[in-house]
Write a protein that binds this ligand. Structure first.
Ligand SMILES: NC(=O)C1=CN([C@@H]2O[C@H](COP(=O)(O)OP(=O)(O)OC[C@H]3O[C@@H](n4cnc5c(N)ncnc54)[C@H](O)[C@@H]3O)[C@@H](O)[C@H]2O)C=CC1
Ligand SMILES: O=C(O)C(=O)CO
Length: 327
């Protein structure tokens, strides 16, 4: 690609400074809509692009990739790449890059907000204020639980998991984690984090579980009915990773049956089709996938996309290349 400007096709509206910079640097086809493309429109974009800039709603599976005539790079606007068949892309000589790191702190902040929001019963407090029924302070009204001294279990101790651990430690929580690999001692020690090789054993001991592992074939429904039953009935589940890591029906049942105390969810198994039996639960705080939604973060994600395309266009390996063995 070194001597020829690639044709870049973007599938979604992006923050204005990102679109402006893309247009300055590349021959780019920006998207005018903030709605996900239909499958036909996405297939058309895939067939015309040298470089595609999709987002997490765009399902780029083997069927879609079969129509990729010139596509050489999928520069995903986002960290998670579970909507892209990275293995098939690689087999077809198409590279995939993502935007890790720049959204780590924002997503960890939101995870901490959900941990506090659920343990301190913020939804019930907000509901009471909105109802107009609040009659004033009362010694025993809306007592939640202190996070200090409690055990936080982190499932997936990568960038975001570690950033959650730092925050939780500052709040006085004891950090436990399960990960594909144990962290190097230089990272583990300052966090005073305890590694559990067995996820099941960790689940039985924690007061709050934070899911921070990507959605892959190995993590699909990792938190299933059997594992949810291992948790204490006083425990809460927080998920800012991907909905598919938890069996949402099993989680809903556990919450409704009092087998779990609460949940804070930013992501859902079926995207925007959220289980209606979750929505009305007072101990369940739901957010519309906004973990990385800061102005700063969304611009920096765009900058990462641009660096990946520019490096690729200059004939080098994109810095945030995703390879199947990472998943
Ligand atoms: N809610 C939001 O807005 C956002 C959500 N995300 C989600 O968070 C995920 C994590 O992001 P990062 O921390 O940047 O990724 P990362 O790659 O740095 O960390 C993921 C960690 O999960 C571990 N892991 C993978 N498979 C596992 C398994 N089977 N069992 C145990 N551990 C496993 C990995 O070893 C790694 O340590 C993304 O893949 C994405 O789905 C990311 C950004 C924003
Ligand atoms: O980047 C991701 O993976 C998200 O979920 C949104 O920022």
């Amino acid at each position: 690609m070194a001597d020829q400007a690639p044709k870049v096709v973007v599938t979604r509206r992006l923050p204005e400074p990102v679109e402006t910079r893309l247009a300055e640097l590349f021959e780019v086809e920006l998207c005018e809509s903030d709605k996900p493309m239909s499958r036909d429109a996405l297939a058309d974009a895939v067939s015309r692009a040298d470089v595609l800039v999709p987002t997490l709603g765009d399902k780029i599976d083997a069927g879609m990739l079969a129509g990729a005539e010139n596509l050489k790079l999928i520069a995903n606007y986002g960290a998670g790449v579970d909507h892209i068949d990275v293995e098939t892309a690689r087999a077809r000589g198409i590279q995939v890059s993502n935007t890790p790191g720049v959204l780590t702190d924002d997503t960890a902040d939101m995870t901490m907000a959900l941990i506090l929001g659920v343990t301190r019963r913020m939804k019930e407090g907000v509901n009471l204020m909105q109802s107009g029924d609040w009659t004033g302070w009362s010694p025993m009204a809306l007592m939640g639980h202190r996070v200090g001294g409690k055990r936080l279990g982190i499932l997936g101790m990568g960038r975001i998991g570690q950033a959650v651990a730092q925050r939780a430690k500052a709040f006085g929580m004891q950090v436990h984690y399960h990960n594909r690999r144990r962290l190097h001692a230089d990272i583990e020690r300052p966090l005073e984090a305890r590694y559990w090789e067995s996820l099941d054993q960790m689940l039985a001991r924690v007061d709050v579980l934070s899911v921070n592992a990507p959605h892959t074939p190995a993590t699909f429904h990792l938190l299933n009915a059997r594992r949810l039953k291992l948790m204490k009935p006083t425990a809460c589940v927080i998920n800012t990773a991907r909905g598919e890591v938890i069996d949402e029906n099993a989680l809903t049942r556990a919450l409704r049956n009092g087998e779990l105390a609460g949940a804070g969810l930013d992501v859902f198994e079926h995207g925007a089709s959220v289980n209606p039996r979750l929505i009305d639960l007072p101990n369940v705080l739901l957010l519309p996938h906004m973990g990385s939604a800061t102005v700063e973060g969304r611009i920096e994600m765009g900058e990462k996309v641009i660096i990946n395309i520019k490096t690729f266009a200059d004939g080098h390996r994109p810095p945030d290349l995703v390879v199947p063995s990472m998943l």
